[in-house]
Design a protein around this ligand. Structure first.
Ligand SMILES: [Zn+2]
Length: 143
């Protein structure tokens, strides 16, 4: 059963607001990251480099934050696209309707709970691979 038009319009508005807020955040993070990069590049003496070590950390952090904002932004864009295509509120994986409570909490949800759990299991496998890489790095240090 397709979702009622008013219902879709409500989610569309929520998603548009969220997208606008995120775009502002991503932009300010990009500016922060650029400022840090400039500061690092203009420093020449080794002493400056040490003083800038914390800046570099902040810079990395800004990039990490930016990445997750962008992931969220992509999800929102995806949800808005599905509103246009008339498939909003359906699970992208199995086509089942996504529960209204779930959409209420996560208006950009593209999977039903069942498929989301499966996907998270997939992610956990990837995380195990990251651990394997870390273990290799440790082994090298001991040599
Ligand atoms: Zn599903």
């Amino acid at each position: 059963m397709p979702m009622a038009k008013e219902e879709v319009a409500k989610y569309r508005e929520i998603l548009m607001d969220k997208r606008e807020a995120l775009m502002g955040q991503v932009e300010s993070l990009v500016q922060d990251a650029q400022r840090s990069t400039e500061a690092t590049e203009t420093s020449k003496s080794p002493l400056d480099a040490v003083e800038n070590a914390s800046d570099t950390y902040e810079q990395d952090f800004a990039f990490i934050a930016m990445e997750s904002e962008e992931v969220l932004l992509r999800k929102i864009e995806n949800a808005l696209r599905r509103i246009r295509e008339g498939t909003f509120g359906e699970c992208e994986e199995c086509g089942d309707p996504i529960k209204p409570e779930r959409l209420e909490a996560l208006p950009f949800a593209n999977l039903c709970v069942k498929c989301q759990v499966l996907e998270e299991r997939g992610l956990r496998r990837n995380r195990d691979e990251d651990f394997a890489v870390l273990e290799d790095a440790d082994a090298e240090e001991e040599v």
